[in-house]
Design a protein. Structure first.
Length: 286
C-alpha cells in the first residue's frame, strides 16, 4: 500500500471517528431536549444522513475550490485599493479582542454573502443546502461547490479589511464549523436571554423552514443581532415540528443534489431567452 493511499485511509478513519463522535454528542443533546423520540431515526432521516455523508466526501472539492479562490480574491481586494486597517492598530491588543472583532466582521460578511446566495440566479447553488427535508447536524455538510466563490469572499473581506493574515483567523473557521453542526442539530433550544446574542438551533431551523412567512429570514451564521439590524429576524417560537426543505425539493440523493443547480440554471436560461424573444417580437412593427 503506497503512502498516499495510507494517508487517505487514515483521513477517512479520522473523519468517521469525528462524525461518530458528533453523532453521539448531538443524539445525547437531542435526548435531553426531546426525550426518547430523539432516538428514533426514520427511513427518511437515515436517507438524508447518507446523502449528507456522501456530500461530506465530495466536500474535499469544496475545500479545494475554497482555498484556490482565496488567493485571487485577496489579490483583487488589494488591487482595488480597498481600505485596510494597519497592523499598528492591533499592536499590543489581547488575542481574545482580536478574535472577537474578527468573528464579528467575518459574520457580517457571511450575513451579506448569505443574502446574496438567496437572490434568483445564485439561489440554485445554495438551494442544495436548503433541500434537506430532515434537518440534523449533518445537514451543514449539504452544500454545493458552486457557492464557494461567495462564501470565500466573506472570509477574504474580513481578513483583508482587518489587516489579518489567513493563519490568524484559521481558528474562526473551526469555531464556525462546530457551531454550524450545532445549529443544524435536531434541537429546539433558543438560548433564552442570549437568544439575540448567539444563533441557536431554533433560530436557524426557522431559516430552513418551508413556510412562506420564514422565507429569506435569519441569515446570520453566528450573531442574530445582524438580522435584527437589517430587518430579517424571525423567531416566533418552537420550530422542531416545522417542515424543512424547499418548495420544489429535488430527490434526496447525492447525484440529483449535485446536478440540481445546473438543471435549474438551464431551465432559468431557457425561460429568460423565451421572455427576451417575446419582448423582441412585441417590438416588431405589425
Amino acid at each position: 500500500m503506497d503512502d498516499e493511499m495510507l494517508q487517505y485511509l487514515q483521513g477517512m478513519a479520522w473523519q468517521l471517528c469525528l462524525l461518530a463522535g458528533l453523532a453521539v454528542v448531538f443524539t445525547l443533546l437531542a435526548f435531553l431536549s426531546r426525550g426518547r423520540s430523539a432516538l428514533h431515526w426514520p427511513k427518511s432521516l437515515r436517507q438524508s444522513a447518507l446523502t449528507n455523508y456522501l456530500l461530506v466526501q465530495f466536500s474535499s472539492l469544496n475545500g479545494a475550490i475554497y482555498v484556490v479562490l482565496i488567493v485571487p480574491l485577496s489579490a483583487a481586494y488589494t488591487a482595488l485599493g480597498l481600505p485596510v486597517i494597519q497592523s499598528e492598530v492591533w499592536a499590543g491588543q489581547p488575542i481574545w479582542l482580536k478574535g472577537l472583532i474578527a468573528l464579528l466582521v467575518y459574520d457580517f460578511g457571511l450575513y451579506w454573502a448569505h443574502r446574496f446566495l438567496h437572490t434568483s440566479w445564485l439561489w440554485p447553488s445554495h438551494a442544495v443546502h436548503h433541500s434537506d427535508p430532515e434537518l440534523h447536524f449533518l445537514s451543514w455538510s449539504r452544500g454545493h461547490f458552486t457557492e464557494q466563490l461567495v462564501i470565500a469572499a466573506a472570509l477574504v473581506f474580513a481578513t483583508s479589511w482587518l489587516g489579518f493574515g489567513l493563519e490568524e483567523v484559521a481558528g474562526l473557521v473551526l469555531i464556525k464549523a462546530l457551531h454550524q453542526h450545532y445549529v443544524h442539530a435536531r434541537l429546539d433550544w433558543d438560548h433564552g436571554i442570549f437568544r439575540d446574542l448567539i444563533v441557536s438551533p431554533q433560530f436557524h431551523r426557522w431559516h430552513h423552514a418551508n413556510v412562506a412567512e420564514a422565507y429569506d429570514k435569519n441569515f446570520a451564521s453566528i450573531f442574530p443581532f445582524y438580522d435584527r439590524l437589517f430587518g430579517t429576524y424571525y423567531n416566533p417560537g418552537s420550530a422542531i415540528d416545522v417542515p424543512t426543505g424547499i418548495a420544489d425539493n429535488p430527490p434526496n440523493d447525492f447525484v440529483t443534489q449535485t446536478l440540481y443547480p445546473f438543471r435549474e440554471w438551464a431551465r432559468m436560461l431557457k425561460t429568460w431567452r423565451a421572455e427576451q424573444q417575446g419582448r423582441a417580437a412585441a417590438r416588431r412593427p405589425a
